[in-house]
Design a protein around this ligand. Structure first.
Ligand SMILES: Cc1cc2nc3c(=O)[nH]c(=O)nc-3n(C[C@H](O)[C@H](O)[C@H](O)COP(=O)(O)OP(=O)(O)OC[C@H]3O[C@@H](n4cnc5c(N)ncnc54)[C@H](O)[C@@H]3O)c2cc1C
Length: 275
């Protein structure tokens, strides 16, 4: 690991000023469970590391004005064990608690999971299906971006230097949802494929991870499902469609074809719950 300067600002303004003053080789540190590993392995060598955990207001989970807000420094354990999240969004809680070990989840944050932009980020699929919006703070003010537009490619987001994610929100609506993770081990393993299917009234939203360069929504399969009444026949047709809609690769965890098959199986199992 290279030598770097560490700084922990107390406000968002101070944080943005620091990022702009120190330049592009400054990295934002949240829980550090991705960042520090990448620094240790010399994949990145920042000259400056800016810890955002001392900034006020970033550890809140709020239910206000018909929206749910998850602050940038909310850990995966705090999210997954939150009573209202568990009650209203059990599939989001399960996704959060499926990550790493208890020790990892005590440090790792949901927003870090999103900003890291891994194709297999487990909390991305429930949040994509919930049409979540990412809140971004910079010198020129605040902007909101749909999570689906936030991801650009593997480990690449639309964030520009000098921007900080302050949290993520989604509409507090009644929904049913199922999160599923296929991995080689039951615990402390990355997803070979993960998926979240949500049913709001009679509309379905489907998101998958580890089947494309970024976590994705399956819009074509959703359109097919949302055009007709749910039947065994439609589930079969939709699962087949999903198989072709995803674009996975083969890697050490699985082959491309296995991942496509898993998408088919996960979708079929999830939709069968609502027949
Ligand atoms: C043993 C182990 C097991 C794991 N298992 C899983 C798993 O099963 N599933 C899974 O999805 N992940 C897994 N991970 C990866 C990791 O724990 C998660 O991605 C975690 O949620 C990242 O959050 P963090 O707060 O630690 O982020 P950090 O490491 O602090 O940051 C990650 C990236 O996001 C950027 N960033 C963080 N916060 C902000 C912000 N507010 N604004 C702008 N940029 C920001 C950082 O600069 C960095 O580039 C595992 C990691 C380990 C070490």
């Amino acid at each position: 690991m290279n030598v770097f300067e560490y700084h922990a600002p107390k406000s968002l303004k101070e944080a943005v000023d620091y990022l702009l003053e120190k330049g592009e080789n400054t990295m934002i540190l949240n829980g550090g469970t991705d960042l520090i590993v990448r620094m240790r392995d010399c994949h990145i060598k920042p000259d400056y590391v800016m810890d955002i955990k001392k900034i006020d207001g970033l550890t809140d989970i709020k239910f206000e004005n018909g929206k749910v807000f998850i602050g940038a420094c909310v850990t995966l354990n705090d999210l997954g064990l939150h009573p209202r999240i568990q009650k209203s969004y059990p599939y989001l809680a399960q996704a959060a608690l499926s990550i790493g070990s208890r020790q990892v989840r005590n440090r790792a944050t949901c927003i870090g999971n999103i900003c890291n932009a891994s194709p297999l980020a487990d909390t991305a699929t429930p949040l994509l299906s919930l049409d979540a919006k990412v809140h971004i703070y910079s010198k020129s003010g605040e902007r909101d971006v749909a999570l689906s537009d936030f991801f650009v490619f593997v480990r690449k987001t639309i964030l520009k230097h000098g921007e900080i994610v302050t949290g993520i929100t989604f509409d507090d609506v009644k929904s049913l949802g199922i999160f599923t993770k296929v991995s080689r081990r039951k615990e402390v393993d990355l997803s070979t494929v993960c998926a979240t299917v949500i049913k709001t009234d009679d509309t379905y939203a489907i998101s998958c991870g580890a089947v494309a360069p970024t976590p994705i929504r399956l819009h074509e399969t959703e359109a097919l499902l949302n055009s007709k009444e749910l039947t065994e026949e439609l589930i079969k047709e939709a699962s087949e469609h999903a198989y072709h809609e995803v674009t996975p690769i083969s890697d050490i965890r699985a082959t491309e074809d296995y991942r496509r098959e898993m998408v088919k199986v996960l979708l079929k199992h999830s939709l069968n719950e609502w027949l």
